[in-house]
Every structure is written in structure tokens, then in C-alpha cells.
Design a protein around this ligand. Structure first.
Ligand SMILES: Cc1cc2nc3c(=O)[nH]c(=O)nc-3n(C[C@H](O)[C@H](O)[C@H](O)COP(=O)(O)O)c2cc1C
Length: 200
């Protein structure tokens, strides 16, 4: 673990490569208006038909206590050890900002797939824009985000999907990077007509 703040670099490539998922946050709240600023960057994600398939629910301040209670109702059933469940609840209630990215579920398969892809691009945009400002994030998909009881409590309607729960705040620690496979190992370039009329 590196005990430093993320560096603030200008190039998109630097920000992409230097971003890390952050699990331990300082308690400091984010500056007023930063959430809206980051979202107003993130919404420039490509999205087919400019359907803008997203809305957001943010929890901060006392709102995180409510969120932690709502999650705890699920978490306490999932963990047999009450101490583990209580620690999860405390963890959630201490995160400066938790953002739910909510997507309307289009009944048409193609549109659903496109909307999920677009909303995922938005999440990545948000994470990168935050990192550029020295703010750490992690994209979480804890099982309780699909619990009807939890969804109902936080105002997610039938026909909507929480595609990401993003925890955000100033990093307490920045983990080391987890190496990625070199693209050359994954890439097939077709630059001549295939002999058997299929790419092998
Ligand atoms: C769709 C999605 C869901 C994720 N859900 C979780 C999660 O529930 N818990 C978690 O610890 N990390 C989760 N992550 C974060 C990944 O674990 C993280 O991106 C990965 O370990 C690589 O680390 P890095 O983001 O620092 O490069 C999720 C990431 C994605 C894209």
C-alpha cells in the first residue's frame, strides 16, 4: 500500500493508468458542488440515441447513516457473525459519499445492452474525473443493491437497476496496482484476407 494521495496529472492516459480502486477513505467531506461537477463531466459518456439512461442517488453526511441502516438489514442476514455485520455497517456509514447510479431497464434487449454499456462508461468517466481531482472511488456491486427491501428504502423503482454503487472520498491509502495482461497477448490483427475464409 502506498500512503500517498493520487498524483494530479493532465493526460487522459496517465489518469486511466494511475487510478486505483480505493477502499479506505479519510473522513473529510468532498467540497460543496464537486459531486455535481464530476457528474457533469461523467454524463459526456457515449450513449446511443442520447437516451441518457441514468439517474443518481447520493448519500453523504447523515444520509450515510440511513444508507448503512438500509444495508444492514440485508447484511446482518448475510453474515452469521454479528460483529462482521456491524463492521460492514460502520464502514458504510463512514464513507464520505456513496453514489448510486441507476439505469432505467429498457425491455428491448438491444437497448438494455446499450444502456448498460453507456451507464458503465459514465461510471468509468466519474471515477477518472474524480481521480484527476485527487478523489478516490471504488465501484461496488454488493449483493444488497439487488435486494427489493434495500432498493425500496432508497427509492429505486421497479424497472430500474442500480448498476453501480460508487464509494468516494479522499484516499487514506492507495493500494498498489494490480498488473494487466499486455494487450499483445490478447490481440489478433487481421491484415490480409484469411486463407480459409475464417479468422483462426
Ligand atoms: C462492475 C464492477 C463491479 C465491481 N464490484 C466490486 C465489489 O463489489 N467489491 C470490490 O471490492 N470491488 C469491486 N470492483 C472493483 C474491482 O475489484 C477493481 O476495479 C479491480 O480490483 C482492479 O483494481 P483497480 O480498479 O484499482 O485497477 C468492481 C469493478 C467493476 C468494474
Amino acid at each position: 500500500m502506498t500512503q500517498t494521495q493520487p498524483t494530479q496529472k493532465n493526460s487522459v492516459a496517465d489518469v486511466i493508468k494511475e487510478r486505483r480502486s480505493i477502499k479506505l477513505f479519510k473522513k473529510d467531506p468532498l467540497p460543496q458542488g464537486l459531486l455535481e461537477d464530476l457528474l457533469n463531466v461523467a454524463v459526456w459518456a457515449p450513449n446511443h440515441g442520447v437516451r441518457e439512461p441514468w439517474r443518481f442517488i447520493a448519500f453523504q453526511g447523515e444520509g450515510t447513516k440511513f444508507l448503512a441502516e438500509a444495508a444492514f438489514a440485508f447484511v446482518k442476514r448475510a453474515f452469521s457473525d454479528p460483529e462482521v455485520a456491524a463492521k460492514r455497517k460502520e464502514y458504510i456509514s463512514n464513507i464520505p459519499l456513496t453514489l448510486m447510479v441507476v439505469m432505467p431497464e429498457d425491455p428491448r434487449q438491444r437497448e438494455w445492452d446499450e444502456d448498460f454499456a453507456a451507464a458503465s462508461a459514465l461510471v468509468q468517466n466519474f471515477q477518472l474525473a474524480a481521480w484527476e481531482q485527487g478523489v478516490g472511488t471504488i465501484w461496488k456491486t454488493d449483493p444488497y443493491i439487488n435486494s427489493p427491501e434495500f432498493r425500496n428504502k432508497i427509492g429505486v423503482k421497479p424497472g430500474e437497476k442500480i448498476i453501480a454503487m460508487i464509494h468516494a472520498g479522499y484516499p487514506e491509502t492507495v493500494p498498489d496496482s494490480r498488473p494487466r495482461t499486455d494487450a499483445s497477448e490478447l490481440l489478433k490483427i487481421v491484415d490480409s484476407y484469411p486463407e480459409n475464409e475464417v479468422v483462426e
